[in-house]
Design a protein around this ligand. Structure first.
Ligand SMILES: Nc1ncnc2c1ncn2[C@@H]1O[C@H](COP(=O)(O)OP(=O)(O)OP(=O)(O)O)[C@@H](O)[C@H]1O
Ligand SMILES: [Mg+2]
Length: 250
């Protein structure tokens, strides 16, 4: 695998420099080598579908990008608008605007919807004010005094996304936002992701529902055994029966 040593967004560089750049990242859970040299660039405003079979390393890749302690990033570089994210810890990456919405949604027990959102805004820099969040998420507005963990699965997913928007957001990482939700709720969450896209928020979305993700995305990546095996347009991918059969089961 070729490794480019070009550092994006150094002063004086051209506008062609990517907004977000992942350079040959390798990460491990203990001895277990999972993310095995992943590189890709993302332009500002892109929605990237990150697809692949179960166990391919999609969640591990998102966690690495958000600088979670596990898996541990052992080599490679991650750059967001010229900032070296690979040198940071998770909370620092979040301060730089990388917001990860994990599969399990991480709603905080004992807190209302509003308190969950307020907690996200304790640290600077803040993102959307609560009123703006409630405009985009009327269901959350109606339930602002309800304990977050008593929301339905779909509402909890909305709260998890809303909480990311309550932080200063430059890159949204969504791990299976439609998982376990009824089709009608999936469409509602899809509508929210579309609004986020229309606002120009750069997003990487991991989904088992590849068709839904590809309908939203303007770029697609396929991960297999911790490596990128496809990078290209959603249309090209949908037209490629071999890739669909081999990696997406569609
Ligand atoms: N905490 C962990 N400790 C050790 N190994 C892990 C851990 N989490 C994940 N793995 C392993 O890393 C590999 C990649 O897992 P990961 O969750 O990133 O895959 P994924 O593509 O998100 O899969 P899925 O589609 O099922 O969510 C798997 O082999 C998994 O068993
Ligand atoms: Mg996963």
């Amino acid at each position: 695998m070729t490794t480019t040593l070009t550092r994006p967004h150094l002063s004086g560089e051209s506008q062609a420099t990517p907004f977000f750049s992942v350079r040959d990242i390798h990460s491990y859970y203990g001895e277990s080598y999972i993310v095995q040299g992943v590189s890709f660039d993302v332009n500002e405003g892109d929605v990237v579908a990150l697809l692949g079979r179960n166990g391919a390393g999609k969640s591990s890749t998102l966690r690495t990008l958000a600088r979670a302690a596990e898996p541990e990033l052992k080599s490679g570089e991650i750059w967001l608008r010229g900032e070296a994210i690979h040198k940071l810890k998770d909370f620092q990456a979040a301060q730089k605007g990388i917001q990860l919405v994990q599969e399990d949604r991480r709603i905080i027990p004992g807190l209302t919807v509003e308190e969950n959102l307020q907690l996200a805004q304790i640290a600077e820099p803040k993102g959307w004010p609560l009123e703006q969040i409630y405009q985009h998420f009327p269901r959350l507005a109606e339930r602002r005094k309800q304990e977050g963990i008593t929301l339905s699965g779909g509402e909890q997913q909305m709260l998890a996304v809303a909480r990311a928007l309550a932080r200063d957001i430059k890159l949204l990482l969504l791990d299976e936002p439609y998982e376990g939700l009824a089709p009608v709720i999936v469409r509602e969450i899809e509508g929210i992701v579309r609004e986020i896209k229309a606002l120009g928020i750069t997003t990487i979305i991991v989904e088992q529902n590849a068709v839904a993700a590809l309908q939203l995305a303007n770029r697609a990546l396929i991960l297999d055994m911790g490596q990128i095996v496809y990078s290209g347009s959603p249309d090209e991918l949908l037209a490629n029966e071999d890739l669909r059969n081999q990696y997406l089961a569609i």
